[in-house]
Design a protein around this ligand. Structure first.
Ligand code: NDP
Length: 485
């Protein structure tokens, strides 16, 4: 019998599901059991062509609609997503393995927030009038044209919406390629947009690996590429986009610092460290994986952290009591286990976890290492799994310098009761998305994105509008033209 997660077809183009079984089959594996639950096919060149030409053709008419009309469609899509939150969350759990306890509140709901927020902004995208004596200039905020979105595997619904909603609000069309690991959820976003009234061809989904992404990025009809992925992929995609002078948004990886001063509320700091390392089993780009703890509270912090980490419930992700799911794939599990071994070899002190959980699926126990030093592999490389590194520090000046000593710059957090210090430290940290006495909140109203190798551009908030639109300026002369000859 066909599994309920199996989509009607692999791609969604021009308002309908489309199949081309000549494409390489991509098995969809449920991470909690290792069972194959669906198959999709990578896009063939014919499918890529169909998606791009459809999106190109649909864009102009979409941009000519009023912002109010476009916004209404996006907001209707948000309402449909919310009404179907349970089913969409179950699908997200099948796609990623993340527990339903999380997907019910963080995926379709976050996607719906983006659709609602950008739907609300769509009618407010105006230019300005610049008086120049009798003459004047006016500006228009225009769509970029055809945008490509490429997603990572950790938040397939959210990423499709975080890219699709602002793109569509500005009057662009989009071809979205999900990660081959999690191909299911973006199809539902495309289906819902059509149901909400979006014209066919405005938001399309094609499946495939990096080569399909590459074909999309290099196509001369594409005006913008928005990627969520790793730094190495980001470098390749950025370079390919530069060839065609395309706009880019790059949401890439991180190795973010979370700094806990000895005056911090211990339970809140432990809660922040747990949210910043173990949510989605650590598969979150903005995670605060280098937890710097001031020496005065180190042992107290570690004891409370170990105690609370012991409360994680590993198990069937479809059981709402489960609070900690598997790694997305066997391969990702093996990568993370490799890092855990490195941590042990290089002399970090294992506080808890440290191995594969004794159960079906790709589960790794939530793992905490203490006495981690700046040069250890686990303190330098993005692990993308449930591995927290706790490092000691003495002074503010020292910790800021060490926190910034990384190629990444996505996020940073600080826990302290001293607000002057909190703002000063955040001011000195090289990171795009920061937190004071909290960690990993990502409301659509706040800009999200990194500095240094962690990325270019911002998603969410009004900032995202700037990255999916461009300004045309028009000089209007009221008198005669003066010329030299
Ligand atoms: P990858 O960089 O491996 O892949 C990202 C996407 O790019 C996938 O859809 C992938 O396709 C595609 N791709 C790969 N090569 C190319 C290419 N040459 N041209 C065009 N597209 C290509 O990332 P993961 O999926 O492994 O995701 C994990 C990474 O994403 C982590 O490093 C994490 O930090 C980052 N991330 C960043 C976030 C942020 O907002 N800053 C949020 C979430 C994750 P396929 O996989 O199908 O081959």
């Amino acid at each position: 019998m066909t599994h309920p997660a199996q989509p009607k077809a692999s791609h969604f183009i021009n308002g309908e599901y489309v199949e081309d079984t000549a494409g390489t089959p991509i098995p969809v594996i449920y991470a909690a059991t290792g069972e194959q639950i669906a198959t999709v096919h990578a896009a063939t060149p014919a499918i890529v062509e169909q998606a791009l030409s459809t999106a190109k053709a649909a864009q102009k008419a979409w941009a000519r609609m009023t912002g109010t009309e476009r916004g209404r469609i996006l907001r209707r899509a948000a309402d449909i997503m919310r009404a179907r939150n349970h089913d969409l969350s179950v699908l997200e759990t099948y796609d990623t393995g993340k527990p339903l306890q999380e997907t019910l509140v963080a995926d379709a709901t976050s996607g719906a927030d983006a659709l609602e927020y950008f739907g609300g902004l769509a009618a407010s995208l105006t230019g300005e009038h610049i008086p120049l004596g009798e003459d004047w200039v006016y500006t228009k905020r225009e769509a970029l044209g055809l945008c490509v979105g490429i997603g990572a595997w950790n938040y397939p619904t959210q990423i499709a919406c975080w890219k699709g909603a602002p793109a569509l609000a500005c009057g662009n069309s989009m071809v979205f390629k999900p990660s081959e690991t999690t191909p299911l959820c973006a199809l539902k976003v495309a289906e819902i947009l059509i149901e909400a009234g979006a014209p066919a061809g405005v938001f399309n989904v094609v499946q495939g690996m990096g080569e399909v992404g590459g074909a999309l990025v290099t196509d001369p009809r594409v005006d913008k590429v928005s990627l969520t992925g790793s730094v190495p992929t980001g470098k390749k995609v950025y370079a390919a986009a530069a060839e065609g002078m395309k706009h880019v948004t790059m949401e890439l990886g991180g190795k973010s610092p979370l700094i806990i001063f000895d005056d911090a509320d211990i339970d809140n700091a432990v809660g922040g460290a747990i949210n910043g390392n173990f949510y989605s089993s650590g598969q979150v780009c903005s995670n605060g994986t280098r937890v710097f703890v001031q020496k005065g509270i180190k042992e107290k912090f570690l004891a409370r952290l170990a105690e609370r980490t012991g409360n994680a419930i590993l198990g069937d992700p479809m059981d709402e009591a489960t609070s900690f799911g598997p790694m997305v794939t066997e391969n990702q599990m093996n990568i993370v286990l490799g890092y855990i071994e490195k941590g042990k070899e290089e002399g970090a002190r294992l506080i808890c976890g440290g191995k594969r959980a004794d159960m079906d699926g790709y589960f790794i126990e939530p793992t905490v290492f203490a006495d981690v030093t700046d040069d250890m592999t686990i303190a330098r490389e993005e692990i993308f799994g449930p591995v927290m590194s706790v490092l000691d520090f003495d002074t503010e000046e020292e910790v800021v310098a060490r926190a910034n000593d990384t190629e990444f710059g996505l996020s940073a957090g600080v826990f302290t009761k001293d607000f002057t210090r909190a703002h000063r430290v955040i001011g000195n940290l090289e990171a795009g998305s920061c937190f004071i006495n909290s960690y990993n909140d990502a409301p659509v109203e706040a800009p999200f994105g990194g500095v240094k190798a962690s990325g270019v551009g911002r998603e969410n908030s009004k900032e995202a509008i700037k990255h999916f639109s461009q300004v045309k300026s028009v000089y209007v002369r009221m008198g005669d033209v003066e010329a030299a000859f």
